[in-house]
Design a binder for this molecule. Sequence first.
Ligand code: COA
Length: 307
Amino acid sequence: MYSRIIGTGSYLPKKILTNKNLESMVDTTDEWIVERTGIKQRHIAEDTESTSSMAINASIDAIESSGISSKDIDLVIVATTTPDQIFPSTACIVQNKLNIVAPAFDVQAACTGFIYALSVADNYIRTGMSKNILVIGSEKYSNLLDWNDRSTCVLFGDGAGAVILSADSSQGIISSHIHADGQYNDLLSVENNQIKMKGNEVFKVAVNTLSKLVDETLLNNNMDKTSIDWLVPHQANLRIIKAAAKKLSLPLDQVVITVDNHANTSAASIPLALNEAVKDGRIKEDQVLLLEAFGSGFTWGSVLLRY
Ligand code: COA
């Protein structure tokens, strides 16, 4: 049995913080941010918006687009690093608000969280334990930022994306690959509730690791890079995305890019990008998609699927 994406949804807070806005907050320039990261703006949640409220809005959108009812959902998984509180899990809050009667839990793998969550969900469907799974990535990183630290506060944003994965006998997720290596945990971490990052070192490991991950994913499926129709990468930095596209010899118009408008929304970035390209008609049925991410831990992973 395959796990097929039958619905996608997203939610972005209305409030937008541009690079120009940041110029008046820290010693930075629009030019520096665009040149080093590709980011032009990010969405920032209001105090009244939370990881769970954004997750619920994205889920409603995904459920509507899937054509199934929330009653049909038999598992809820939320990938997040910024839960509303330590417990109950964000997944339980979502489950309750959407009147879903199903087990629910969170997955924490930082920016690779959505890939980890898809991998777990895929295994529940393959083994016949679940038929319709709501998989969400939702993050409120604005809560984790030191707004005086120009090296981190310009990089992140808030938002949520969701998919409905459904058992399908013909096509869906071809393979998923997840990895972790805790030896680099001091390069990117949260200390005293604020992000600390050695950006330059993270950048180098990310580019090398993602390159190997592309090879591993293709080799595992005996597939050539020309089979990939779309790269849907985690959106941390346009330069990292371009390196992955180059590895695949993919022109940038076959790469879904949202980092310019969303910045890095961690576990939410892939489902946000996916939803955008599905809803605007770029991603079409039967196309082959490679989803990949890298994040704190370090964690990294990919999902190859036929849409
Ligand atoms: N505005 C202006 N200057 C800034 C700045 C900002 N917002 N942030 C840092 N700088 C300065 C630094 O202080 C440094 O100045 P110095 O040369 O006088 O010391 C200079 O810019 C270069 O800093 P560096 O960190 O080497 O820049 P970089 O080219 O590596 O770009 C990142 C920084 C963070 C954009 C980049 O390293 C990156 O994207 N790393 C990966 C981050 C990531 O993906 N994290 C999440 C993984 S999921």
